[in-house]
Design a protein around this ligand. Structure first.
Ligand SMILES: [Mg+2]
Length: 256
């Protein structure tokens, strides 16, 4: 029992007092890498918007719509990554934040509906190949299509992480930490920008929501406390203050 519990909470290995969960697309990156691929090499912006609305109004699941949108991208995976490296900009402040977090035993866990090799390639570009190897990224993946390799035209498809209608339910990853008894439970932070972050963020103690993005609206509507941020240097300042005991989590959320 103890073993299976630990396997659900790998970020506790160094007995941290704080854990920082973060979304990837739109949170660490300035643009959404999946939207970029779909709009540029797949079904295009109009069809993407139509399908996104279908999901928003409950006509179909995110899981189905996202798969169909990505199925429209036949560009080989390495070419997709090449295009993304040229076109997607990352939050420069994340590098300093991540370095500080490592030095101060605040594990960072990336939770994403995007695809593992793409996220790793983009992050390696920002924080370095070696650093990215030890960074836990819990996300969807890619798989070769039958009889093809990832390098072939039309050779890859998304491989979902779980059986949920989202393809990857971020709240499920956080819950084992959130449900720990008080004396074992670290303070949990979350940074995000979109609707898929809301249920996950509800499990944590302090939510950073990217200024001007959908998550801010959802949080206001659902009365979930949050602190807006523009970039990770701002998050770093606040997290440093909390870790040093200068400000409390409740104090930050109350002033938001
Ligand atoms: Mg996002």
């Amino acid at each position: 029992m103890a073993n299976s519990d630990q396997s659900l909470t790998p970020a506790l290995k160094t007995s941290p007092k704080f854990i920082f969960f973060t979304d990837f697309d739109g949170t660490i990156t300035q643009q959404d890498s999946n939207d970029f691929l779909i709009e540029k090499f797949g079904t295009g912006p109009e069809r993407r918007k139509e399908m996104f609305n279908d999901v928003l109004y409950g006509r179909r699941t995110f899981r189905d719509a996202f798969k169909e949108m990505l199925d429209g991208v036949s560009l080989p995976l390495d070419k997709c990554i090449e295009a993304l490296l040229k076109n997607i900009t990352l939050d420069e402040g994340f590098k300093e934040f991540y370095t500080w977090a490592r030095e101060n035993n605040v594990p960072v866990v990336v939770l994403s509906g995007g695809m593992q090799p793409i996220i790793r390639a983009l992050l390696a570009h920002l924080i370095g190949e070696d650093e990215v190897k030890t960074l836990p990224i819990l996300s969807n993946d890619v798989a070769p299509r039958l009889g093809k390799t990832l390098k072939d035209e039309g050779g890859w498809e998304i491989a979902y992480r779980d059986d949920s209608s989202f393809g990857h339910d971020k709240a499920l990853e956080i819950r084992p930490y959130a449900n720990l008894p008080d004396d074992k439970r670290p303070i949990l932070f979350y940074a995000g920008d979109g609707v898929s972050d809301l249920s996950a963020a509800k499990e944590t103690d302090l939510l950073f929501a990217k200024a001007g993005r959908d998550l801010v609206t959802y949080c206001r509507n659902e009365k979930v406390p949050f602190k807006t941020f523009d970039d990770f240097s701002e998050i770093l300042g606040i997290v440093k203050g909390i870790v040093a005991g200068k400000v409390s989590v409740k104090g930050v959320a109350a002033r938001a």
